[in-house]
Design a protein around this ligand. Structure first.
Ligand SMILES: [Zn+2]
Length: 218
């Protein structure tokens, strides 16, 4: 691979090929200051790949025996700016296939990770439900499952997503059950809706919660 690539220019002015007189030229090569069309410069068989995908560009360039960089002059910035590259069609096809294979491999890995996490979640929810029933034998089993599923929801930041919760720490498990009872078995939510301050509402429903927990412990 050349360290100084061939340069193809997208001219701002109308230029014609010095050899075949074709034009005006969308792209040209300067040879001893004379503009040449890509066919006359023996680059006519290359295909254009616009900049923007670094991995695809690198792969196409590396797979191409002959390639050229395409530039356009930016008047405002008074410099040439890279627009893309010209590469062999087969090289571009190979590069596209390689990038596609990469994307597919990444997708497969993501799917595997998701399946593994889902399996972990199922195991954890079952373990959490079991622990709830061990601490609260009087809790209806479907209720225990519901509390476990809710507490274990990914991205919830709930007790099931904390280290203590994952370790089925008794305090964390009890906190999850207490939170559920507060919302489901007391008038806590209704009090909040009526504008009762949270602290006050919690104090008001505390005895009701403890009564439910006590009943479930037996
Ligand atoms: Zn020409």
């Amino acid at each position: 691979m050349s360290s100084c690539p061939l340069v193809v220019i997208e001219p701002l002015k109308r230029r014609h090929c010095a050899e075949c007189r074709g034009g005006p030229l969308a792209r040209l090569v300067l040879e001893f200051h004379a503009p040449l069309c890509l066919d006359c410069a023996d680059l006519g068989h290359l295909v254009y790949l616009a900049r923007g995908d670094a991995a695809l560009t690198r792969r196409a360039r590396e797979a191409s025996g002959l390639w050229a960089v395409v530039v356009r002059h930016n008047r405002r910035r008074t410099r040439y700016e890279r627009q893309g590259i010209l590469v062999e069609e087969a090289a571009l096809a190979r590069a596209e296939a390689a990038c596609l294979a990469d994307a597919e491999a990444r997708a497969r890995r993501r799917a595997r990770d998701a399946a593994r996490r889902a399996a972990e979640d199922v195991r954890f929810r079952a373990a959490l439900a079991d622990e709830i029933l061990r601490l609260f034998p009087g809790c209806p089993p479907e209720r225990a499952s519901g509390i476990a599923a809710h507490a274990a929801e990914r991205g919830s930041g709930r007790v099931g997503r904390t280290a203590a919760g994952r370790a089925l720490d008794q305090g964390a498990v009890t906190a999850a059950v207490r939170a559920s009872v507060r919302h489901v078995d007391t008038e806590y939510d209704a009090l909040l809706m009526r504008g009762v301050p949270r602290r006050q509402a919690r104090t008001r429903v505390a005895p009701a919660i403890e009564a439910v927990l006590e009943a479930w412990r037996r």
